[in-house]
Design a protein around this ligand. Structure first.
Ligand code: BTN
Length: 264
């Protein structure tokens, strides 16, 4: 139980696609792991939200450590994959759009996205998304969202201090995390309504394109192989299309993107 999130009030009538059931903790290993346990032990389903004040084993993509000191927003939300299970990664992109909108709404800071779903501010990492899938008893996505809201830069490991950023370090303001959580859940809900109404992620991908800072940039993508060129589009699966220097187009399903400077 967390005191920080104790006052959060959910009004079910304000949600259309899911009703949040919030589980709050002061410390967990990883909110994604707690959500997975709840699915397996208590058969929870869509709308379950696990939020913690800190994580001792927060993880990012490719099992990297996600430093999770107090002051950050660390949550996982359980969502049914809409359409085919293979489309589940698009839930991560949906939550990234919702996270960028949340940052803009609560602070007016111009958060943008880096493919596939990093949240950037001033070209530094403000947040990230970890999408995982559970197949039994039914297919469910566990979407972990980490946002450096009130974190002090000194609380992050020295290796991250040049590449990461927190909202507090930019605005100097401490924001109520419970409000940020509520705003985020409402944005996720609104975007899911679009998916359900159209039986398609097309609007989510449009929203992602409008919010992203990758398309149009020169990039190096490191995944199964290294691809260098200009990012030109994302596909309906959310994969990145890169036009390489020899003029061919390469589609990358997963990997890490580095934005290069204009002249690289
Ligand atoms: C990344 O950028 O690589 C993804 C970072 C995701 C971090 C969040 S914090 C809440 C949830 N629990 C975790 O252990 N990870 C995600």
């Amino acid at each position: 139980m967390s005191r920080l999130y104790a006052n959060i009030e959910i009004h079910p009538e304000q949600f259309e696609s899911f009703i949040p059931h919030i589980h709050t903790y002061s410390t967990v290993t990883s909110t994604n792991d707690v959500a997975r346990d709840l699915i397996h032990r208590e058969s929870v389903g869509e709308g379950t939200v696990v939020v913690a004040e800190r994580q001792t084993q927060g993880r990012g993509r490719y099992d990297r450590e996600w430093a999770s000191p107090p002051g950050g927003l660390y949550l996982s939300i359980v969502l049914r994959p809409r359409l085919a299970v293979e489309r589940a990664p698009l839930l991560g992109m949906l939550c990234a759009v919702a996270a960028a909108r949340t940052i803009r709404q609560i602070s007016h800071a111009n958060a943008v996205l880096k493919w596939p779903n990093d949240i950037l501010l001033h070209d530094r990492k403000l947040g990230g998304i970890l999408s995982e899938l559970v197949l039994s008893p039914e297919p469910l996505g566990i979407i972990g969202v980490g946002l450096n809201i009130n974190t002090s830069p000194h609380d992050l490991p020295p290796s991250l201090q040049q590449t990461s950023i927190s909202l507090f370090s930019v605005t100097g303001c401490t924001l109520p995390l419970s409000e940020a959580l509520l705003v985020l859940l409402k944005h996720i809900d609104k975007l899911l309504v679009e998916v359900d109404a159209n039986n398609s992620y097309a609007k989510i991908l449009s929203a992602w394109r409008e919010t992203n800072a990758t398309i149009g940039r020169r990039v190096v993508v490191t995944g199964h192989s290294v691809v260098r060129g200009r990012a030109v589009n994302i596909t309906t699966e959310g994969w990145l299309v890169v036009k390489t220097d020899d003029g061919s187009e390469v589609t990358v399903a997963e990997g890490d993107v580095q934005h290069l400077s204009i002249v690289s």
